[in-house]
Design a protein. Structure first.
Length: 123
């Protein structure tokens, strides 16, 4: 009796058609990541709001492109990291605005040497 050894079947997902395009990275996802980094760096001086807003708008387009790419467009990790950085930058910028507002209000309220706001002839 002879034993036949069957070849291991290749997984069908490993096989690609020769005319299938090569997977490429999404340049929009890379741009979202770069905008996220720029937003985090400039967020404490409230300049991070602009790249964060542009990053969120571009992230929406990039997410649609990744879905439409059906696996031939990669960069989901970059996109996710960029969106997280954008939201962190927005939180830092809002915190900086709130802190500046509180400091401004306290400095205006604490200025006791300013005198009266009305003319001395009023009762």
């Amino acid at each position: 009796m002879t034993e036949t050894v069957a070849e291991p079947a290749q997984n069908e997902t490993d096989l690609r058609h020769p005319l299938d395009p090569e997977p490429v990275r999404s340049t929009k996802a890379a741009a979202v990541l770069a905008l996220g980094v720029a937003a985090v760096v400039t967020a404490p001086v409230v300049g991070g709001i602009i790249p964060a807003t542009v990053g969120l708008a571009l992230a929406r387009q990039a997410r649609g492109d990744l879905v439409d790419g059906r696996g031939y467009l990669t960069g989901a990790r970059q996109l996710r990291a960029g969106v997280i950085l954008v939201w962190i930058a927005l939180a830092i910028a809002v915190g900086a605005l709130v802190a500046a507002s509180v400091v401004g209000i306290i400095s205006l309220a604490g200025d006791a040497n300013s005198g009266q706001d009305f003319p001395p002839t009023s009762d």
